[in-house]
Design a protein around this ligand. Sequence first.
Ligand code: GAL
Length: 746
Amino acid sequence: MRKVVGLNQGWYYCDSFCEEFLQHEFDGHPWQEVTLPHANKEIPYNYFDERDYQFVSTYRRKLAIDPGDQNKRLFLDFEGVMAAADVYLNQVLVGAHRGGYTPFSCDISHAVDFGGDNQLVVVADSTERPDIPPFGNVMDYLCYGGIYRDVSLRVVDHVFIENVFAKPKNVLAQAKGLEVDVYINNPLNRAAAGQLCASLSRDERIIAQACREFKLDQLGIQVETLNLSNLTDVELWDLDTPNLYKLVVELKTNLPTEDSFAVRIGFREAVVQPDGFYLNGRRVKIRGLNRHQAWPYVGYAMPKRAQQDDADILKYELGVNTVRTSHYPQSRHFLDRCDEIGLLVIEEIPGWQHIGDDQWKQLACEHVREMIQRDWNHPSVFLWGVRINESRDDHDFYTETNRIARELDPTRQTCGVRVHAHSEFLEDVYTMNDFTHFGGDLVLRDQRVVTGLDHYVPYIVTEYNGHMYPTKRFDHEERLMEHGLRHMRVLSAAGLDPHIAGTVGWCAFDYNTHYQFGSGDRICYHGVMDMFRIPKFAADAYRSQVDPEKGLVLSPVTIWARGERSIGGVFPLVIFTNCECVEMKVDGQSVGKFFPDRLQFPGVKYPPVVIRRAPRNFGEWGSQWYDGEFIGYVDGKPAITKKFVKNPVASRLEIKADHQLLCADGADATRVVFSMVDQVGNLIPYISDFISIEVEGPGEVIGPKQVALIGGCIATWIKAKPTPGIIRVRAVSSRLASETIAIKTE
Ligand code: GAL
């Protein structure tokens, strides 16, 4: 039976490489001991030189091998090493991989010393090598460096299951089916007879089983198919009901060998048609955001929990139904979570505008294969992006990427994100970055203007806004308002056009970038949240589109100050809300009820309320300034309130951890947010005090321990050390100290 052992702990790291490091006797102990995921270099929040992490580094660790595994096959599975990896075991090169976003495995069976010490060395080349996608030209994101995803050891018999692709059939019928392709690996070309069994279960309850005999007669991969039919007891995977099932495939041969392979699947039909996107036969407007998998200080190197939290933020805090993994395959943990919570995914190969030479293209084709074979069982993934984001047309190259995708996975449509109109349509879905909206009346183009075709095709807008209107969380209130409104206008325009299946905005989170992009400080302030996942007002434009029973939203776009805006006051006041109307009070007196602006935003379910003018006797420069209060109504009754004080003062330094319990594995981490708030708990945006983050117990701060508040707040991640206990965290500023919070690690 297969054994999988995690290898994230116990690595020794050196920020250089020389041949001597490969020597068996080489003593790696003076090196720094690290746990994966690991960033080859921690970088400052901004204004760093992006070349700082672009170097070759070395990772070493001892590999404990069970002498009982002598007659097995042993593999090292790497989920992501940036950008090129050479893997040596006991000085033997056991594998190499080019490309930092897709997994690879190294067969180490021939290189293992079963009685002795096994030294594993990984050389990670994190330079921007022009022979590896996405590199070769400028690009608007950073790829960071190191072994930034999980590594494990897999021990299997000589004949084993390499992969399983489960394809739900007749999903919308009462009696569904499941076609299970089993990729059997027979590396020694042994002839044998065998049996395969598949069983589908949910919560330990078996729903269906099927078995069949087969003959093994091929070297390498042999695909055998099992069919489970008449599945009447299966519930669909959908946005609100992400039902998941476990499929276990067991293999036995007369050699004798055996193996077992488990995948998690969902039954759903997801198809983009010329008149929209259909999920399980129901038309759903795609409302999504793009995500880079990057965080402050450590770039990509964040553990499972942070990956999962990002999916939760998109689904629950931003209320979107789709994410595009711009511009590369993202963490398995992120996709697993998308499956669990019902968040649709558009996944694409690594790249940004540039297409390299033939070898480069071959690698990109390999990335198509690796992406699909890693992720084909995720019900959340519904489109394969098989073009380099925003690249020029390349008939042969993209004919080939589409061919590979369709051959490997006939169940999903392909797409390819372009920015040039009238580009050659080789995919199943035309996906376009439409940056038309620049604040005026023009918001989105008719798809026929973009495609140049005389008929409608399946069509999604995969980016908008972004560089057209970079906005910092701590920008001026009027800019923050316009930022939110631009997102809202696009949602509304898409809502009115049945031939736009939906839109995916640029983007969810601000991100570090190269000096050629962003605000000069190596940050692109394009997110509806900042790099710490703290929302800007535009986040509320998305959040407000969720039905009230899933959470009420009442977000007046204001800091409520007399002199923040040009000419003064807070009008016109936009309120992102899903309430049926909003009552405004000034100094405790009601000044009226205001209703959603359906005239300006006819295409969204929950248009913002816009209060255009100040009530009489309020707001003039030189008059009194008062407390404000907003009350959102649902079913005619007050349901949610938001208060502002006329004279905010720094009253509390709040501290909030996203999680109170971590795994004591040296990698697990939770975000902790520190906010300076006023008398009624509102963030005070123009305070930039320094805070010291004090940590006791088995935890450490990722990034600096002394930081300045940015726009009134800041976050950090607290990482668990590999010893269980209680981590205590508090923050101290020159005027206030937070309470102390406890995070347990086990
Ligand atoms: C697009 C690109 C994105 C990002 C965005 C900024 O052209 O695909 O990666 O750079 O512009 O608006």
